[in-house]
Design a binder for this molecule. Structure first.
Ligand code: ZN
Length: 168
């Protein structure tokens, strides 16, 4: 009987220990780098390097960078994007983008949205809907069929901020 209890205790210890290690690992992954605009941790599948007003920033996703450009009335240039499926870095001009899907890469740290007015806080999220990059048009299509959204080229994706719709 005592032996059974100690086995159970040991099992519990292993489970708790394992959870602690996993928690530690995920924490490390998350806190590696934060978005230069919204301070959220950068998702490995969606991070981009964007140049706005001549300055380069590591950004959580393309949508966050576009939002920044619109808010600051500055054109956005993407330097590097991440393939959502593989996490590989892609040349932005050769990537395909899905805009307006149901997937939000960075739902955590919502409390950091303190640069917005309170009412907007609940309805507006600068990163939502997310914009994700794919290495091929087919990959983007597959994602859009599954998660919603529209497949766009780099030029189409940035048209809202660089295409003259921004009031100067
Ligand atoms: Zn961001």
């Amino acid at each position: 009987m005592a032996r059974k209890i100690s086995y159970a205790a040991l099992g519990l210890l292993v489970i708790v220990g394992g959870l602690l290690v996993l928690g530690e690992l995920s924490l490390r992954q998350r806190s590696e780098e934060a978005c230069g605009f919204c301070a959220r941790h950068i998702n490995r599948q969606a991070g981009v390097i964007a140049e706005i007003d001549g300055k380069r920033h590591h950004v959580c996703c393309a949508h966050c960078a576009v939002t920044e450009g619109i808010q600051e009335h500055k054109p956005v240039k993407l330097i590097e994007v991440t393939d959502y499926n593989s996490g590989r870095k892609l040349d932005p001009s050769h990537a395909w983008y899905v805009d307006g899907s149901r997937i939000v890469a960075c739902t955590h740290d919502m409390t950091r949205m303190n640069d917005m007015k309170r009412i907007e806080n609940t309805t507006f999220d600068r990163c939502s809907p997310g914009t994700f990059a794919f290495s091929t048009h087919d990959d983007a299509d597959v994602f859009a069929v599954k998660n919603g959204g529209v497949v766009r080229s780099l030029g189409e994706m940035l048209a809202g901020v660089n295409g003259g719709e921004v009031k100067q």
